[in-house]
Design a protein. Sequence first.
Length: 672
Amino acid sequence: MDPISRRHVLRGAASAGALALLGIGPANAATVPPHQWIGAGPFAHVYDPSVPGRRRYLNDHTLIKAGGRWHLFSIVGDSAPPGQSPDSATEVAFAHASAPDLHGPWTTHAHALTVDPAYFGEEHLWAPHVVEAGGTFWMFYAAGGQGGAAINLATSTDLFTWTRVPSGPLFRGLAARDPMVLRIGGRWLMYYTELSGTGSRHVVSFRRSDDLVHWSEPGIAFTDESTGATASVTESPGVVERDGWYYLFIGPRNGYDGTDVFASRDPFHFTLDDYAGHVPGHAVEVVTDGQEWYASAAGWFHRGLYVAPLHWRDTPPPWQSMDNPVAALDVDGRLTVFALDAGDRSMLRRVQLDPESDTWSQWEAFGGPAGAVPTLGRNTDGRLEVFSLAPGGANLHHRVQRPDGGWHDWEELGGPAGAAPAVGRNADGRLEVFALSPGGTAIARRRQWSPGSLTWDPWDAAFGGPAGAPPVVAANADGRLEVFALSPGGSGIFHRWQESPHGPWADWSRFGTAAGTAPRVARDGSGRLTVVAIGPSGLAAFHRRQSAPSGGWDDWQWLAGWTTAAPTLVPSADGRLEAFALSPGGERLSHRWQLTPGGSWHSGEDFGEPGVLLAATPTAAADATGRCHVFAVTTDGRIRTRAQAQPSGGWQPWTAFGDRAVAPVRSGGPAY
């Protein structure tokens, strides 16, 4: 996808011919759905399948209400050590539980189904989906076997005893799995995860049926832009209809715990231009109790089932900045940390009073609008600038430090915006900001009139876009700025750079293959930039560095295993980069570092605290002595910190960073 082309936020009319096949009349002429963004509120943990001495997880699942109770059927397995994935081949049973309400209390029942190798070579049980028709419950599920990927069927009259249909698999495919069935226009429609005929594209396929047993030849409802042997990003497809529109939920996208939403008038055709929202959960299922809508989620790195209210919004929410909290040296050389209050999400500040003894001020209110965690810039004279996004993305504001260490009042910088901007410093000393528009339709650019000036040039609204996440920026060794942006849907990373210091900009160029979240970039002591990114599903993190300062680029190389977002990068005092990667679920924080500036990487170590769950990838910054500090927000809103004992040296133990509760927001995602 051309990163500088415009895209429609939502696509137009449906295919009347395809709809007629299901007995549906011509599509309404409206090209924008009644709600332009679908998201979710906070997820609540409602059910844990673990038993004493045996920690267990749920994954792909289904929820159905019958007889006044909700029934859950799910993949179930034994959890792996933190940061590792279990062997999916051992997923050989479907858990069953029921509750009077989605939030519980849940009662565990005997497994609904266990694998049967005698049944056409069944090898595993994945992704059940249950519907009711004619007094019978129909369970569709994925089961591999001697003949390859297959979609199988079992039926029940009471949701407790299930019988496989004697005829065997309904159909087979290249990677057919994750079936989901609904009724549209008098016929049944099944969506499922598949590969294209050449095996190079991840798609959502569909088939039609009149009786739930005999299914048509496949069609393709969605094709992802990414190619090659990347982990699938079209898993767990689910479609719901609302107000004449169809909403497709698929993942994992934007990391392991992410599901994208696409809206279309045509249930047979969804594209990236139909992007209509994001739910921060894995294997998301969407249900309604007739009054409210809910999203449920589960996954390898979590303890069971989670439920959140589903939000149908008229405007997209802003995205969080990459870092939470944020930290930088101020005009007096004091390390300063900014975070959001857990209660009203107002901005808080804490200042290192003495770098030698590592003593800090108390948290204090910093004022200003705070719709997301702020971003920071530093002028050539050391004065900090704080850039903040108003609630709802209405506009951007900034606040500038005075030479005496005090602060000017907040001033409006522009808007509306989709995230706090990325900030870079030009070779001539002027700050430049790069802001994502609401919904990611464009990237705008603005720079100071002169170094340190309170006056700014007008916005350049056509700098780039669309983009699938806020951009990031860094300065080359020769002073040229370079901007990196994720394409919509994560099909690739693109970059654009100044052709000369504080000069004109080159056109956008493809920088990398499919990625799961926004990349990060830092410069090491050799003068070379390094970019880190994660695979589409978060399976691993990779890095790419310049072959020479301000020069070309080496190939991508592996950096870390399962990662929730692009790892944090910070240079030590001797110029070696240090990297910190958080696993999905927040249980394991890994740490790697370069052996020499710009050189190879140490194999790494476990850097986190046992039993402490982190809400987001931590922030890292160096103080005036050169010692690096790591700041990590826990899922209960407390900041923990760990600092080097000496510049470029070992690390002291974790300690609490103040007693103020901060917002445990997830970095790099929509700010729900």
